[in-house]
Design a binder for this molecule. Structure first.
Ligand SMILES: [Zn+2]
Length: 206
């Protein structure tokens, strides 16, 4: 997976606009209350106005499988951490990362296929960050293409017992495994493929 350096594209103007601040204010006031009573309508125009910047940031390629956008897909702006509902490895659902809905750093470019497979999946190992909590201590299980450590280490990390795990596990098992055929056909990265097949059969390594 290729590392995407987000600093190469300046934060789009829409994230400094009244539209952004108004949308954010409305969202925050909604989620302060008993928001499970009704469903919040996010203002998609905020991220849609950043569409060209997102496409440029990801070099017109899907953030997950690197398929060129425009060949088989027009490209979907996707929230890396899902905004409304989130699904864990065991299929349990909980509230999404609503407070990141309008955040530039949470917007990724996805092809139709990866978007369809990923949907609201965002498995974590241990505690999930809740309402505005910091994300730094969250052990997410997907490989983040915008995080150098994830890309360089192929998503390996140590747990508190010193065991080595791979973020890629959930990534492959849950949706990238379904993309292997596509990747095989492209024959772009045999090492990546060997790794993918290996991880499909191992919960953790060592
Ligand atoms: Zn894709």
């Amino acid at each position: 997976m290729k590392f995407i350096d987000r600093s190469k594209v300046p934060v789009p103007e829409v994230f400094k606009s009244n539209r952004y601040f108004r949308a954010k204010e409305k969202m925050e006031s909604f989620f302060k209350h008993d928001y499970k009573q009704s469903r919040f309508e996010f203002d998609a125009s905020v991220w849609l106005r950043a569409r060209e910047d997102i496409i440029n940031l990801f070099d017109r390629k899907c953030a997950y499988c690197e398929s060129p956008i425009g060949h088989t897909s027009t490209g979907i702006i996707e929230h890396f951490r899902p905004k409304s509902t989130v699904i864990d490895l065991d299929g349990t659902q909980s509230d999404g990362y609503w407070w990141l809905s309008y955040e530039w750093n949470n917007l990724y470019l996805s092809c139709d296929v990866c978007n369809r497979h990923k949907r609201n999946k965002f498995p974590v190992d241990g505690k999930r960050a809740r309402n505005n909590e910091s994300l730094s201590s969250e052990s997410y299980l997907l490989v983040d293409p915008c995080r150098k450590e994830d890309v360089l280490s192929a998503g390996f990390y140590y747990d508190n017992k010193g065991r080595i795990f791979s973020r890629a596990r959930a990534y492959f098992v849950q949706f990238i495994a379904q993309r292997i055929l596509v990747l095989c056909n492209r024959r772009t990265n045999p090492l990546f493929l060997a790794f993918a097949f290996d991880l499909e059969h191992h919960t953790h390594i060592a």
